[in-house]
Design a protein around this ligand. Structure first.
Ligand code: SIN
Ligand code: MN
Length: 269
């Protein structure tokens, strides 16, 4: 799949792009079904909510499961990532954020790139988040909130930053280490406004690693699962830092992904 010039311009200007119906309902169902094979208690790549009962996120799934590996090679997302990054790309992070009905917790205001720059040594923000909605995302079930154009601010100092050197668990928790403060958010919103892109399962949201974003706790009876693939340019591989985070936060395999002709539903699991 090829993004049009106006879609590419839109992404670069606003910091996000919403494409409805990029995946079929059957494909999203299969993407959900496969999570059953990932739910292993005690596995460090399964992140739990505070209650230790509900899954918050499945991480690094494409490195363990051939179906998800096939997904990251689908031209619909890999082709678009390569266009936006103007280079070959590899998967830096892969996660399925579950946000369980009634139980899914907050993702406080933050930017993603500050983690990758400060903690992993990624040189620049030449990477892109591609999020596939696995459930309908509505105003009720804790959709992402984004501040349009906030990516233009670059890395914003996170004044409340407090993080023990190698405590990566904070980076995926409801108490994030690099949170943006109220003043900063107010200023960014007064310039760019606030959006919460919504859509049916199968909708895809591209968002820039420097865009300020957040999501509320899910107090609805509806789950809100989204899958996020972060592609990084092969010309932007991290320069290793002393404290390296786990493989599912910083993929050590920087081999570029190659687009596959195998359709998602016929791929082997
Ligand atoms: C969310 O799942 O709502 C937040 C995802 C993110 O911050 O990357
Ligand atoms: Mn984020």
């Amino acid at each position: 799949m090829q993004l049009t010039d106006s879609q590419i311009t839109d992404y670069h200007e606003k910091g996000y792009l919403l494409l409805p119906n990029l995946f079929s309902f059957e494909e999203t169902q299969k993407l959900v079904e496969e999570t059953a094979s990932l739910k292993i208690k005690g596995s460090s790549d399964v992140i739990w909510e505070e209650d230790q009962t509900n899954v918050r996120a499945f991480m690094g799934c494409h490195l363990k499961n051939k179906f998800y590996k096939n997904l990251v090679q689908q031209s619909r997302i890999l082709g678009s990532a390569k266009q936006l990054l103007e280079s070959d790309a590899y998967v830096y992070q892969f996660k399925i954020n579950v946000k369980a009905a009634f139980k899914g917790e907050i993702w406080p205001w933050h930017q993603d790139f500050i983690y990758w720059y400060e903690l992993d040594g990624m040189p620049s923000s030449r990477c892109v988040n591609i999020s596939i909605f696995l459930d309908d995302c509505t105003e009720f079930n804790g959709p992402l909130w984004l501040i349009p154009e906030s990516h233009n601010a670059g890395i914003i100092e996170a004044k409340s930053a407090s993080r023990e050197n190698d405590d990566w668990t904070r980076d995926v928790s409801a108490d994030l280490s690099f949170k943006l403060d109220a003043d900063t958010i107010s200023k960014l919103v007064s310039k760019g406004g606030l959006v919460s892109p919504k859509g049916k399962a199968g909708t895809v949201l591209f968002f820039h690693p420097n865009i300020a974003h957040a999501s509320l706790p899910n107090i609805s009876p509806f789950e809100r699962k989204i899958l996020i693939v972060t592609y990084n340019s092969v010309e932007n591989v991290p320069i290793a830092k002393a404290s390296v985070r786990p493989w599912f936060l910083v993929n050590p395999d920087t081999t570029p992904e190659v687009e596959t002709p195998t359709s998602l539903l016929s791929s082997v699991t």
